[in-house]
Design a protein around this ligand. Structure first.
Ligand SMILES: Nc1nc2c(ncn2[C@@H]2O[C@H](COP(=O)(O)OP(=O)(O)OP(=O)(O)O)[C@@H](O)[C@H]2O)c(=O)[nH]1
Ligand SMILES: [K+]
Ligand SMILES: [Mg+2]
Length: 437
C-alpha cells in the first residue's frame, strides 16, 4: 500500500439507490476533478458538474462534486467526493473511468481510515470507535462507539501518559540529586503520591467490564433437560423460526445463537442441547458444548418443564429458573418465572426481567472506557508497571529501576492510541472495515 496512489471507492451502500457517493483520496484528487469534471469548485462546497470520459468527451453522469483539500480532510490528504446517480450503470461507468486514470486505483477495505490514522488525523482508539460505530446494532452500542470515536478512552489514556511522563521527569531529577548523595524526601513523597493516584485511576477503569460486554453483547444461555422447551422459547424470543422444535428428546445438538436488541441492550441468546447422559456420540458432544456455553454465560435461563422435578442447574454467574409450558396447567412454585412459549404467557415478563438483569450487568456501560481486550491488556500492563515502581520506591530500592518501570508504563499507555507496537493491530482492524471507509 503506497500513499502516492490515489484511491477511490463507492462509500455509500451497494445496490440501486438514488445517489452514490464516490470517495477519492490522494495526490491526484485535484487532477481528477480537472480531468473529468472541469473547473475545481471552491473548497468544501458542492457544485454541479457534468462528468465526462476524458478520452471520448462523452458525458458519464451529472454529479455534485466536493473538493476537500488536505490536510484538513478526513484522511489528511487531498480528497474529492462525487455524488453520482446511484444506478448500477452510472456508478460502474464512473468507477471504470477513475480506474483508467494514472496512479488511481480502487481502495482496499478500511484504506481511507488507515490513511487518516497514518496521517495523524485519528488515534487508534478513535479508529476502533469508528469501526464499532459502523457495526453498532443497538442504541447502547451506538452511544458507546460514538463516545470512543470522540476520544473518551484516547483522551484518558493520553492524559495518564502525560502524568506518567511528568512523574518520570521528576524521578530523573531526583536521580541527579542522588548523585550528590541527597535525595530530597519531599520530592520522593510527591512522586509516590502521583504514581499512586495514577495506579488507582487505571485500576478503577479496569474494574468496569461493562464496556466489553456491551460491545460484544451479553450472553444469555438457554439450558435444561431435553424437551424442556428451550428451542421453542428461543424461537419465541427471536420472533422467528430459528431452531428445530420436536417432541423427540435430543433434537438440538449444536449451540444456536441469535442476536437480539433488548430495549437498546445487545443480547446474544444461545439455544443448547438438552443436558442428559447419552450413548450417542453426537449428542454427547452437543451436551459438552451446552455445558461449556452455560459456563461462559452472563445469564443462564434454566428451563424446567412441568413434568420434571427440580434438577439443580449447573453453577453459573446468574441463573434464573424458568418453568416452561405453563399452558399445561401444572403450576410450579419453585421457579423465578413461568412461561408458555406456546401461548406467549409470561414472555413479556421474562423479557422485562432479562432487561433488568442485563441493565445491571451493563450498568456502568456509559462510564466504561475499556471496550476491547486490547485496551484491557495495555492498561493492565501500565498498572502493573506503576505498582512495581511504587513498591520499589516504598522499599527505597534503586531509583533507576523504578524509573524504568515508569517508562514502561508510559509505553503501555501509548499503545492505546497506537503510538507503539501498532502494525499487527492495524492489519486486523482495517480488514474488518468495509470498502470506502
Ligand atoms: N404445550 C406446550 N408445549 C411446548 C411448549 N414449549 C415447547 N413445547 C413442546 O415441547 C416439545 C419439546 O420442545 P423443544 O423446544 O424442542 O424442546 P428442547 O428443550 O429444545 O428440546 P431438545 O432440543 O431436544 O433438548 C415440543 O413438542 C414442543 O412443541 C409450551 O410452551 N407449551
Ligand atoms: K425436543
Ligand atoms: Mg432444542
Amino acid at each position: 500500500m503506497r500513499s502516492d496512489d490515489t484511491i477511490f471507492a463507492p462509500a455509500s451502500g451497494f445496490g440501486r439507490a438514488a445517489v452514490c457517493v464516490v470517495r477519492i483520496s490522494g495526490p491526484k484528487s485535484r487532477f481528477i476533478i480537472e480531468t473529468i469534471a472541469g473547473p475545481v469548485p471552491s473548497a468544501r462546497r458542492l457544485a454541479l458538474r457534468t462528468l465526462r470520459d476524458p478520452e471520448t468527451g462523452d458525458a458519464l453522469d451529472q454529479a455534485l462534486v466536493a473538493w476537500m483539500p488536505g490536510p484538513g480532510s478526513f484522511t489528511g490528504e487531498d480528497q474529492v467526493e462525487l455524488h453520482v446517480h446511484g444506478g448500477l450503470a452510472s456508478r460502474a461507468a464512473v468507477l471504470r473511468t477513475l480506474g483508467d486514470l494514472p496512479d488511481c486505483r480502487a481502495a482496499e477495505a478500511g484504506e481511507f481510515t488507515r490513511r487518516a490514522f497514518l496521517n495523524g488525523r485519528m488515534d487508534l482508539s478513535r479508529v476502533e470507535g469508528l469501526a464499532d460505530l459502523i457495526d453498532a446494532e443497538t442504541e447502547a452500542q451506538r452511544r458507546q462507539a460514538l463516545l470512543q470515536l470522540e476520544g473518551r478512552l484516547g483522551n484518558a489514556a493520553e492524559g495518564w501518559r502525560e502524568d506518567v511522563l511528568q512523574a518520570l521527569a521528576m524521578l530523573e531529577a531526583s536521580l541527579d540529586f542522588s548523585d550528590e548523595g541527597d535525595v530530597p524526601e519531599a520530592l520522593e513523597e510527591e512522586i509516590l503520591r502521583r504514581l499512586r493516584i495514577l495506579a488507582t485511576a487505571i485500576g478503577e477503569t479496569l474494574a468496569n467490564r461493562s464496556g466489553e460486554r456491551l460491545r460484544e453483547g451479553l450472553m444469555v444461555v438457554l439450558a435444561g433437560a431435553p424437551n424442556a422447551g428451550k428451542s421453542t422459547l428461543l424461537n419465541a424470543l427471536a420472533q422467528r423460526d430459528v431452531a428445530i422444535v420436536s417432541p423427540i428428546a435430543g433434537t438440538t445438538r449444536d449451540a444456536i445463537e441469535v442476536r437480539c436488541d433488548l430495549g437498546g441492550l445487545p443480547v446474544i441468546i444461545v439455544d443448547t442441547a438438552g443436558l442428559r447422559e447419552s450413548t450417542d456420540v453426537i449428542e454427547r458432544e452437543g451436551v459438552a458444548r451446552a455445558e461449556a456455553r452455560a459456563r461462559q454465560a452472563d445469564i443462564v435461563l434454566w428451563l424446567i418443564p412441568p413434568e420434571d422435578g427440580v434438577i439443580e442447574p449447573p453453577p453459573g454467574r446468574l441463573v434464573l429458573r424458568v418453568g416452561t409450558k405453563s399452558d399445561l396447567n401444572r403450576t410450579r412454585h419453585d421457579c423465578d418465572l413461568v412461561v408458555s412459549a406456546a401461548t406467549g404467557a409470561g414472555i413479556p415478563e421474562l423479557i422485562d426481567r432479562l432487561q433488568i438483569e442485563a441493565g445491571k450487568l451493563l450498568g456502568g456501560g456509559s462510564d466504561a472506557l475499556v471496550t476491547r481486550e486490547r485496551h484491557r491488556l495495555a492498561l493492565e500492563s501500565a498498572k502493573d508497571c506503576l505498582t512495581k515502581a511504587i513498591e520499589m520506591l516504598e522499599r527505597r530500592g534503586p531509583v533507576e529501576l523504578a524509573a524504568e518501570e515508569v517508562r514502561l508504563a508510559a509505553r503501555a499507555l501509548g499503545r492505546v492510541a497506537g503510538r507503539v507496537d501498532v502494525d499487527d493491530v492495524l492489519d486486523r482492524l482495517f480488514a474488518s472495515f468495509c470498502i470506502g471507509k
